[in-house]
Each structure stands twice: as C-alpha cells, then as structure tokens.
Design a protein around this ligand. Sequence first.
Ligand code: G1P
Length: 294
Amino acid sequence: MKSKAVRKAVFPVAGLGTRFLPATKAVPKELLPVVDRPLIQYAVDEALEAGIETMIFITGRGKNAIEDHFDVAYELEATQKARGKDLSALEGTRLTPGNAIFIRQQEPLGLGHAIWCARDVIGDEPFAIILPDEFMHGSPGCMRQMVDAHEQIGGNLICALEVPMEQTSSYGVIDPGARNGALTEVKGLVEKPAPGTAPSNLILPGRYILRPEVMTILERQEKGAGGEIQLTDAMAAMIGQGAFHGLTFTGQRFDCGSKIGYVEANLALALERPDMAADMRKIAENLLAATPAA
Ligand code: G1P
C-alpha cells in the first residue's frame, strides 16, 4: 500500500538546554551555531531537502528568538542590499507564513507530550520528527534517506544508530528483528534501559517518520522513564500494527546535546568548509602539537 507523502515535520525545541549553561541562559540551545549556521537551521535544511513543506516548532517560554530566526529580517536585508551585499547566507531562514508553525508546550512533560502538542496540525498524515540537537550530516541528508525508504516500505520508520553498549542507557533502544541492508525490523523499543539490560546497541538518534495514530496513543498521557510522557513508549504500542523499521543512516552523527559532540561538529564542519579547511587544518595541527595530552 502506497503511504501518503511526508509533508510536515515536528521540531521539539522547548527544552531548557541546561547542559550548555551559561550559553543557553538567554539564547535557545537550538540557536547555538555549528560554524555559522544554528543547529535548528541544519535541521530545517534537512527537512527542506527531504521535500517537507510545513515546519512545526514546539517551543516554550524564552524561545522567541527561534521564531525571529525564521522570519524576514527586514532591516538586515534592506541594509545588506543597500550595501550591495548578497543575501545567500540567509538561504533557508525565511520560512513563508503557514509553512512555519509555532506551538507552545506549556509544561515540560516529556518528548511524547511535545509531539502531541502538534496533533491538530498533523491531522491524519504520516509526519516526520527531527530532534535538532542530534546533528545528522550527510548527502543526501538523513531525512531524505528516510523519506526515500518510507516511500518504499511505508509504516513507521525510525533512524537507527549503533553506539557502544555502555551508552545505551541514555537513549531509546531498538529490540531488532530481521535485517535487510540498511533496514532493521523493529520488534520492541525501550526508553533509557537500565545499564546491562538493553536489547541491543541500536539506538534512536532523533529522526522519525510516524503514522498519525501515534497521537491517539500519546493522548493517554501515560508516563514512562523519568516520569515523562515518552515518545518511545507510544511508538512501542504501535509495534505489530503494520510495518515498523529502523533505517541505518549513511553519514555522520554528532550528538550536539553534549559539549564534546558539539565541539566535534564544529571542528568537523570547519575542516570540510572550502573557505576554511586549509587554515583550520593548520590551526588544529598546531594546537595538537602545542597541547600536552591530558
Ligand atoms: C530523546 C528520546 C530518546 C532518543 C534521544 C536522542 O531523549 O527520548 O529516545 O534516543 O532523544 O537524542 P533525551 O535525549 O531527550 O533524553
């Protein structure tokens, strides 16, 4: 059965970003840049590349700067134009009205609750979810790879990533069934399993294409790991009701929810940028030569 096209993506951006304090005291963590593009911009670029049209941001108090980022910056654009400067750096930042929707999650009740806040906008179509602090870097992008696979297999599709076993307790983890190339059948899902109990080392790195029925399950507001309404639990309740697969992404993943992953992403992207790579490589080599190993 051919599934409906994926036209909408949900970006949960209400989190406080406490791991990056004091940087995130007044600036939303999603606006922290990797080189010169904010994390949320990479996430939106990824969705646009996948053919997604409507971006739904689940925000909270103190996150207004995200809305400004995707608006028209009239004074900035007019000034740059008057100076004869090109505006290419702003590409992808102007989301047209109706294609950028901002919904408040009023209380921090969990990722599942954040997604449920988008229920009326999602309606009865399959939709994507992108967690912007998981930075997926590749060409084609992660969501493009997922949308392509979804067109073939339909159902629920989640990105799957192998990590060292000892890291599994920080993530949603897949209980895997049969593997077929990049696809793994999902037989079970568990959110943040206690150390030593994970069913595999295949975790969920924050990219999902889900059937709209997940909203009906989230409606129950059942609490899971950490006392929060968990998306993983709602997805687990859909296993056995049609196709459910994990897709291994071909590309690089940077965990920008952690400081190490964030710094790594900055270094990796600077080392790739044609306008910076040569200088950056020299700087990195010099720094390494001058800094004693810890
Ligand atoms: C969330 C999800 C988890 C997923 C992770 C990816 O957890 O609940 O299933 O593996 O994002 O980063 P959080 O990091 O918000 O605790």
